[in-house]
Ligand binder design. Structure first.
Ligand code: MG
Length: 366
């Protein structure tokens, strides 16, 4: 099999109502990626996601650093291609940021081709560790721009829809406001529903220690991204005093950084993100590493990074998959199917990363 062509794209998709965490307010998402064509009449699609800026930069990386080096390659040599691109034109400016996120799109498209050519959904192609539906948690009730009333209403609605696990944002300027909001949601949903909090890197060590101590009475199942995502030592120290487990990984760019977080004891829940870490190839390495340390993997936004729904089914150490259902009907050809707190097993061949033709032409940026 040979790669005969590849074309990059940027899609700009509004998210509906504005949503905010402690770092940003989001009004649109960009899906930036490429379609890779082969001489076997199979086209793979891979993409990476931004929260509304940087899409054109990522596209430039694809167009100027990667696509030419894909032509003529055999997509079955996916790991070799990963190394070729990683140590190729992008290496001087890369290893994190736009170069890594663009490489993720390429790698996902290649795994999509491989699974399609085998006629299997990617999770089964990768070994299918679990055939049962995956337990999910929902982040869409807990945005930082929601009022306390809105938090209560949205949480109650999701519990009514069958969700057993919710996550909410924290990281307001005054920690007392965070505590009040978590107390409100906890009292609304009761003790039978699991609740996590996500600070999106907002705190320093002192604030994070205090937050961990004061949120303990609400039985939070994890505290996510309390500190800067490169601060291994800070997370190690925090973890020693925090009553709640520490979750991180959606902003960690390499297998080496994950090794340090895991080996040094800075993380309990590994949230490796396929778009941030450079694709399916390194994602699987990180998941195996976490497994060898007895740590669960709970990746970021399974309904936006569609391939995550496959990856969690291909490993034995998944605990939960995050979902953020922004749309009734998303831009994908085969959107995740969510039922009663679970993600159903995708059965179509490939990585579920194809966009519907309607969404593709509607949202594509020329
Ligand atoms: Mg997060």
């Amino acid at each position: 099999m040979k790669i005969t062509g590849a074309e990059s794209f940027v899609l700009e998709t509004p998210v509906g109502g504005a949503i905010a965490d402690s770092m940003q307010s989001v009004e649109k998402l960009e899906f930036v990626g490429l379609r890779i064509e082969t001489d076997h009449d199979i086209t793979g699609c891979g993409y990476t996601v931004t929260v509304g800026a940087g899409g054109k930069t990522l596209q430039t990386v694809l167009d100027t650093l990667f696509i030419q080096d894909l032509l003529g390659e055999d997509p079955r040599n996916v790991r070799q291609i990963w190394n070729k691109l990683y140590y190729g034109k992008a290496h001087w400016i890369g290893r994190a940021g736009a170069a890594t996120m663009a490489q993720a799109a390429v790698d996902i498209a290649l795994w999509d081709i491989l699974a399609k050519s085998a006629g299997e959904p990617l999770w089964r192609y990768l070994g299918g560790a679990r055939a049962d539906p995956i337990a999910i948690y929902n982040t869409h009730a807990g945005w930082l721009n929601y009022s306390e009333d809105q938090l209560r209403r949205e949480a109650a609605k999701l519990v009514g829809e069958g969700y057993k696990t919710l996550k909410m944002k924290v990281g307001l300027d005054d920690l007392r406001d965070d505590v009040r909001r978590v107390a409100a949601v906890r009292s609304e949903i009761g003790d039978a529903i699991d609740l996590m909090v996500d600070a999106n890197q907002k705190w320093d060590s002192r604030r994070a220690c205090e937050a961990a101590r004061r949120l303990a009475e609400f039985d939070v199942k994890w505290i996510e991204e309390p500190l800067h995502p490169d601060d291994v030592e800070g997370h190690v120290k925090l973890r020693q005093s925090s009553p709640a487990p520490i979750a991180l990984g959606e902003h960690v760019y390499s297998t080496h950084m994950f090794r340090d977080f895991i080996q040094r004891g800075g993380v309990d829940v590994v949230q490796v993100d396929v778009c941030r870490v450079g694709g399916v190839t390194p994602w699987l390495q990180v998941a195996s590493l976490a497994d060898s340390f007895g740590l669960p993997v709970c990746p970021h936004a399974g309904d936006l990074m569609q391939v995550h729904q496959h990856l969690v089914k291909a490993i034995p150490n998944n605990w939960l998959l995050e979902v953020i259902p922004l749309w009734e009907k998303g831009p994908f050809e085969h959107q995740v199917v969510l039922e009663n707190g679970y993600c159903m097993s995708p059965e179509m061949p490939g990585a579920s990363t194809d966009f519907s033709e309607e969404a593709f032409s509607r949202y594509r940026v020329s």
